[in-house]
Design a protein around this ligand. Structure first.
Ligand code: DAH
Length: 345
């Protein structure tokens, strides 16, 4: 080994040009790898006698450090220029907007009703929309020729046999399914979609939603019904709300009643929403007819119960003064977006 060997390597290092990380790695191997030129000098150094070692120890170590720093320097400049030419990312840029949906007014009302009755200890039950005549009519004490069974009202899926398949016309069918499947006492509400063969207009639709309620236990009385509905009305429409019961008729309840709440718009003075009466009709109710209990195998001497049913579109109409039922089904975003944060009237 001579001084020239070291100078030659330094000169090569001075001329070194690297464009990529691979060029740098190749250069590192050429100088410092197992068979590299600097490594070869170190191999030779090991075989030298003491005199020579004294002379070459320091410059050889300096050579190695110089080569190593040059390689490190080349590495950092190349990664800097790679970063500089990479596409710029603005991490503070806001993301793409996506529109949040809003809840349908019927869903909002259904949830409110379910929440109120849950507080009173009611469970939620659901039943099929495609039902049979037995659960929609027969078990609910509808006489065979009752007009509700008529084609004018009911959509039949398959008629012409003893127990026709049809789209349920009310959620009262879930009363029957609950009595069949649940143990006593029963306390359920049953929200769901119902179907009637109606011409579509501002005041009628062939699809709408109801919530049915059923409470069966020993010693359930009409007073319990009245109290449950009064509490419900006050939770739903405000603490000053009054209810009024008018005698009515349903095949599955005896006695039956239609229930009005005091108009929460004019507070009883009379307005165009309550048509000047001060009252708004919201539901039908009554004591479960003993025939209905017996049809589902419940001893009507031991047990009694009450039931009620209400239309969700109607309640939403009263709550937000929607004047046309068709809005609920047309999926017009301008209508649908009004409700989630809409103030109650
Ligand atoms: N099913 C009735 C209807 O669709 C509503 C109803 C009335 C349900 C009285 C009841 C009830 O449970 O007791 O018009």
């Amino acid at each position: 080994m001579t001084r020239e060997d070291i100078d030659r390597i330094l000169a090569e290092l001075g001329k070194l040009v690297c464009k990529t990380q691979k060029d740098i790695e190749d250069a590192r191997i050429a100088f410092l790898g197992k068979k590299g030129s600097v490594t070869a000098l170190f191999d030779e150094f090991r075989t030298m006698d003491k005199e020579f070692k004294k002379e070459f120890g320091k410059p050889l170590n300096e050579l190695k450090n110089t080569v190593q720093s040059k390689i490190d320097e080349l590495k950092s400049t190349i990664s800097e220029s790679a970063a500089a030419s990479a596409p710029k990312q603005d991490l503070s840029m806001p993301g793409d907007n996506f529109e949040l949906g809003s809840r349908h007014p019927v869903s909002i009302v259904r949830q409110e009703i379910v929440d109120i009755f849950r507080k009173f200890g009611y469970d939620v039950a659901e039943g099929p929309e495609i039902e049979d005549d037995y659960h929609v009519f027969e078990a609910l004490n509808f006489p065979p020729n009752h007009p509700a069974r008529d084609m004018q009202d009911t959509f039949f899926v398959s008629a012409g046999h003893l127990n026709p398949i049809l789209l349920r016309t009310h959620t009262s069918s879930v009363q029957v399914r609950s009595m069949e499947s649940m143990g006593l006492p029963i306390r359920v509400i049953c929200p769901g979609r119902v179907f009637r063969n109606e011409a579509i207009s501002a005041r009628a639709h062939c699809i709408f939603h109801q919530v049915e309620g059923l409470y069966i236990d020993e010693n359930v009385t009409f007073a319990d019904l009245k109290q449950a509905l009064l509490l419900f009305a006050r939770e739903m429409f405000g603490p000053d709300t009054q209810i009024r019961m008018r005698p009515s008729y349903f095949p599955f309840t005896e006695p039956s009643t239609e229930v009005d709440v005091s108009c929460n718009i004019c507070h009883g003075k009379g307005c165009n929403i309550c048509k000047g009466t001060g009252w708004l009709e919201i539901l039908g109710a009554g004591m479960v007819d003993p025939n209905v209990l017996e049809a589902s195998g419940i001893d009507s001497k031991k047990y009694s119960g009450f039931a009620f049913g209400m239309g969700l579109e109607r309640i939403a109409m009263l709550k937000w003064q929607v004047n046309d039922l068709r809005h609920y089904f047309e999926n017009d975003m301008r209508f649908l977006k009004e409700f989630d944060s809409a103030p109650e009237v």
